[in-house]
Write a protein that binds this ligand. Structure first.
Ligand code: GLN
Length: 573
């Protein structure tokens, strides 16, 4: 017999939801310490087309609610693909693989959240369909479903709600802001939206705010804005039982009033909550724009957070200062060459670009990036001539590696500031080994398995590793920095922590030879003999890291590595 409170004609109580029972159709594990209404939820979805800035909107709203209003905000990205994480995704197709301190390999949106919210995140902030289904299959095999047939509703949706509520408890979050990847109508996120509909029902409408980002088309041949695609997207969303509270319209030109009204009529959303988010150029200025148009106030009203919002925190003032620095005139332009295999997709290097972009204004500079395709070695070496600085970023495999080595040689011989990141660090070691330490055929076993001089080789801990997913040396590790070196000067400390993503490293057998030839290894792992920073004394700036400083560089606290590099690029300008 179903219990009275679950008979279907009234809302289930939280107590009944938490009860594990075969008697009813609910499946929820309300975590210990969770109180309904203690955490508010904002669900951001997108319609019409993908790639219209849902991630930018989500992180900007998060910025405003945490940095300005002082709320504890926990962001979540939901990705509908069946991969467990982003580790095996090709950056050429999907953009950069971002790495969190706990070693989670995730979507680049998490990088944007860390930068915009100015805080570190973990695996609890990233959910993929693969992760949900793995959890479910593992539980089913362990017999945790009490003899029930495992279903999309309530089990899959239950796991999703559970994930969000767990996050809320772990972070003691005032607001959980969820970005649903893909667009409304995709099979990939349908059950996720169903989970959000259920969440709103269980938590109460006053605790969940739905924001749908639409794109307003303006075909060149017509010369006017058309709202039909957006209307259809909204209709699909409402057909799934989700009533949006706010509609954000992205458009190339300012939204005209009649389009705004049409959207309002079709979506039951008051006109003042149909908001136009136009291009403001610089991503850092978007929180300020959202504040000007009052999105934060609408969200605060919808979620009943009025009395709990603080006004203007110190961090937000710093943010505003940065935005005005970015806008100010008279900045010195620095020409930075970035070598890369994925030069066609700039999103593959988004964290590097962001690190340059948010560090430069502090130095009164702006960045002019030149992409250097390195598959043609001679051409690449020519293209770096005349640049103010060269970055050789991370990478995998042989394609373009000789071209990268040629660019590094040019930087070393011509006293041009050079920054090597991960694979770039390894290529800098090879260049030095070949051309200075006279190890003519120095190579990496990643590229040439039978090389006679394996100067870069697989990490010992990686030798036995099978499979490619989540198996690299990943995430944040503590490091030691040698006193009196450039690294020490930049970081101002002998103990640092940075994020890694690699399988290969400097072969310990060659460290002495390289040091005798003049290379200084100024950062290393505390217990193992893993070399992690290299530099060349006497050079304007020749610095490379086995780790990725771009992952920890934030607008309010730029990486000392990027700062040092740009300062050197600016020298004499
Ligand atoms: N392919 C190199 C390694 O696995 C470098 C990795 C990287 O650049 N992230 O060590």
């Amino acid at each position: 017999m179903p219990s009275k409170e679950n008979s279907g004609d009234s809302k289930p109580s939280f107590k009944s939801l938490a009860k594990k029972s075969e008697e009813h159709e609910f499946y929820n594990n309300i975590p210990k310490g969770y109180t309904k209404g203690g955490t508010k939820y904002i669900i951001v979805t997108g319609s019409v087309i993908s790639g219209v800035g849902k991630g930018t909107f989500t992180s900007s709203l998060g910025n405003l609610l945490s940095l300005y209003h002082g709320f504890k905000v926990a962001p979540v990205k939901f990705d509908g693909y069946l991969n467990f994480d982003a580790g095996t995704l090709n950056p050429y197709r999907h953009g950069e693989v971002f790495v969190l301190d706990d070693g989670t390999e995730c979507d680049l949106d998490l990088g944007s959240y860390e930068r915009m919210l100015n805080k570190g995140l973990s695996k609890d902030n990233y959910l993929t369909a693969g992760k949900i289904f793995k959890t479910i299959i593992d539980k089913e095999r362990a017999g945790k479903y009490l003899g029930r047939d495992v279903q999309f509703i309530p089990h899959v949706t239950g796991e999703i709600k559970n994930f969000l509520r767990n996050l809320s408890v772990k972070r003691d979050a005032n607001i959980v802001i969820v970005e649903v990847g893909g667009t409304i109508g995709d099979i990939e996120n349908a059950y996720f939206l169903e989970a959000m509909r259920e969440l709103a029902h269980e938590e109460g409408k006053e605790n969940v705010c739905f924001i749908n980002v639409v794109y307003i088309l303006e075909p060149g041949s017509l010369g006017e804005q058309k709202s039909k695609a957006a209307q259809l997207g909204l209709r699909t969303l409402m057909g799934l039982g989700v009533q949006p509270d706010i509609v954000v319209c992205r458009s190339e030109r300012p939204l005209n009033r009649s389009v705004q009204e049409k959207i309002s009529i079709y979506s039951n959303v008051p006109v003042k909550r149909v908001i136009n988010s136009r291009d403001v150029g610089d991503i850092h200025a978007i929180p300020l724009f959202l504040k000007d148009v009052g999105v934060d106030q609408e969200v605060i009203e919808i979620l009943g957070l009025k009395g709990r919002a603080r006004a203007c925190t110190k961090e937000f003032e710093k943010w505003e200062e940065l935005v005005s620095k970015i806008k100010s005139d008279g900045k010195k332009k620095v020409k930075i060459g970035i070598t890369g295999k994925y030069t066609a997709v700039h999103d593959s290097y988004i964290s590097i670009l962001k690190a340059l972009e948010h560090t430069a204004p502090y130095l009164g500079a702006s960045i002019d990036v030149r992409w250097i395709e390195t598959t043609n070695t001679e051409k690449a070496a020519k293209e770096v001539e005349g640049l103010d600085g060269i970055i050789v970023p991370g990478g995998f495999g042989s394609r373009g590696s000789e071209g990268k080595i040629a660019c590094i040689k040019y930087a070393r011989e011509n006293n041009v500031p050079f920054l090597g990141l991960c694979f770039g660090f390894q290529m800098a070691v090879l260049e030095y080994a070949r051309n200075v330490a006279k190890l003519g055929c120095a190579a990496s076993t990643e590229i040439d398995t039978d090389t006679k001089e394996p100067v870069i080789c697989i990490l010992p801990e990686q030798e036995e590793v099978a499979g490619l997913g989540g198996t690299m040396r990943l995430g944040g590790y503590d490091m030691m920095v040698k006193e009196g070196t450039l690294a020490h000067k930049l970081y101002g400390s002998t103990k640092i922590r940075e994020r890694f993503r690699h399988r290969f490293n400097v072969n310990t057998k060659y460290i002495d030879k390289l040091e005798e030839a003049g290379m200084v290894f100024s950062g290393m792992a505390p217990q193992k003999r893993i070399m992690q920073i290299l530099e060349l004394p006497g050079h304007k700036f020749f610095f490379a890291t086995q780790y990725h400083p771009e992952f920890t560089s934030r607008p309010l606290s730029p990486s000392p590595v990027f700062r040092g590099f740009l300062e050197a690029c600016l020298e004499g300008k």
